[in-house]
Design a protein around this ligand. Structure first.
Ligand SMILES: C[S@@+](CC[C@H](N)C(=O)[O-])C[C@H]1O[C@@H](n2cnc3c(N)ncnc32)[C@H](O)[C@@H]1O
Length: 216
């Protein structure tokens, strides 16, 4: 596990925040930043396919894409608050048989986690310092598509991020986020035999979807 300890994820993404986000999702749907990715993924043929959502939060990607006929999905999240909230919602919706849930750092769990046709990381890579390992091991799980959202690697996003970091330091908040280099992330993906099929910006976010050149 990297330097960003479990404790800071549990403080940042606690039960209270998770339950508030779930309520909001049930009231008005997925976050605006996630919507372009969900819309594009819906246009792929997901019938009977499998999904692995890493850093799934309250599970909006899973809930949205299950409507597209996915066969099985796997959820992984390091935060107890998010995982517990997701687990309760899955039980409430009685869809337990379609979803496998893991709580913990994906890099500690990756040997146990099954591969999937589609792997998603929605605003997750930026919450993890060792992005190279996270991208490398999550790519290994993708049999066909790899979709993710990261902050744009541009000056104004970096300036806002710098201010946010300063604010956290001032209040002694140990949770950290990173703007990792877009070019290097893309190289890691392309070098593993994927090609870009979707790219869009939404405010500070970059949304990218890749497809394996040869499906496995
Ligand atoms: C900003 S939140 C995004 C949550 C959700 N994907 C969304 O868009 O609403 C980042 C999530 O990634 C999770 N996370 C970060 N690094 C992780 C890792 N290495 N393994 C599992 N989960 C991780 C955090 O616990 C958190 O739930």
């Amino acid at each position: 596990m990297n330097s960003c300890c479990n404790l800071s994820y549990d403080t940042e993404f606690d039960l209270k925040r998770a339950r508030r986000e779930l309520k909001q999702y049930n009231r008005s749907g997925a976050k605006k930043s996630s919507q372009p990715m969900i819309t594009k993924l819906r246009s792929l043929d997901l019938q009977n396919k499998t999904l692995l959502d890493i850093g799934g939060g309250i599970g909006s990607i899973i809930f949205e894409l299950l409507k597209e006929g996915l066969q099985k999905t796997t959820y992984v999240d390091i935060s107890y608050g998010y995982t517990q909230t997701f687990r309760e919602e899955v039980e409430q919706q009685k869809i337990n048989n379609q979803i496998k849930i893991y709580q913990g750092d994906f890099l500690d769990l990756h040997n146990e986690v099954p591969p999937a046709h589609l792997v998603t990381l929605d605003k997750v890579i930026c919450c993890y310092e060792d992005y190279q390992e996270l991208v490398k091991y999550s790519l290994n799980k993708s049999q066909r598509w790899y979709a993710f959202i990261i902050p744009r690697d541009t000056w104004w996003v970096k300036a806002v991020h710098g201010l946010e970091l300063l604010g956290r330091k001032l209040i002694r908040n140990s949770f950290r986020t990173w703007i990792h280099p877009e070019k290097e992330i893309r190289e890691l993906i392309v070098n593993q035999g994927f090609k870009e099929i979707f790219k869009v910006h939404r405010r500070e976010w970059l949304i990218l979807i890749y497809e394996r050149s040869e499906a496995i």
